[in-house]
Design a binder for this molecule. Sequence first.
Ligand code: XMP
Length: 320
Amino acid sequence: NWTMKAFRAQEIEKVRAQVGSGRVICGLSGGVDSSVVAALLNEAIGDQLTCVFVDTGFMRAGESEQVVKVFRDRFNIRLVHKDASDLFLAKLAGETDPEKKRKIIGATFIDVFEEEARAIGGADFLAQGTLYPDVIESVSFTGGPSVTIKSHHNVGGLPDRMNMKLVEPLRELFKDEVRALGRELGLPDDMVGRHPFPGPGLAIRIPGQELTRERLDILRQADTIYLDEIRKAGLYDVIWQAFCVLLPVRTVGVMGDSRSYDYACALRAVTSTDGMTADFYPFDMAFLGRVANRIINEVKGINRVTYDVTSKPPGTIEWE
Ligand code: XMP
């Protein structure tokens, strides 16, 4: 891709000019944007970069491991992987209110990130994967020139508190351009083409009940099966986002000769171009039946599967 080759070279020069011999911290989330920022900065300034990956414990199966494998082992980036899953669960104990959960997760994220940033001696710059649509959105919503940090895995407030300047090499790009740049930088295809995933992760896909490791594990297993079937059916790239929601209700079923009393889950899949509006995906019934069978047979704890046919609006993509 000629354009991306040129952009890559130009951005590398820009970053070098901005950063000089300063030190840079980059928060990695496993998502496309922060991954591309990390790979780009690694090329631009190598040793001056440290990535911090705050592991909430709310990621999909295998994704934390992949972050470490790709960035530490393959790109040779200095990476701090902080497993903070116990802390996140402890802070969220007993909480079921969606907004409170988000606030707790956001605040805990910033605390952990700040602690890890201090532990490595701080830095002069904080790198963020702010995209062009983020820049526009924040300008039109706040009227201000600076980017409002909209989700928890962007570390709002921290740059000022720790006296860091921002490095935002993706500020002129749209999502599809970020993906092209990621490919150009040699990131794995499945990382670059990944569906959007919310910062609070699986924690906002267990509505109405307290988060526990057990419930997260049940959800994670169902989610893995669902996405596996979507990939096998060749549908991953036509769907914007797909995921399971573990419902706060148990239902009666028959398993072999005995009665079961387990959770129900909902499957969600939508098409969209920007996440602002979305249509539910019209799977054929055979596909849904296959997924339901596998989940019920393979996941201990779920005995009923439903499909969410709500579009946005009036629904949101996530359930909370
Ligand atoms: P909703 O549910 O509002 O989601 O229709 C729109 C898009 O935003 C994602 N989302 C989030 N992303 N932090 C994030 O980084 C969040 O707190 C958050 N909440 C929703 C959602 O997955 C969808 O892509």
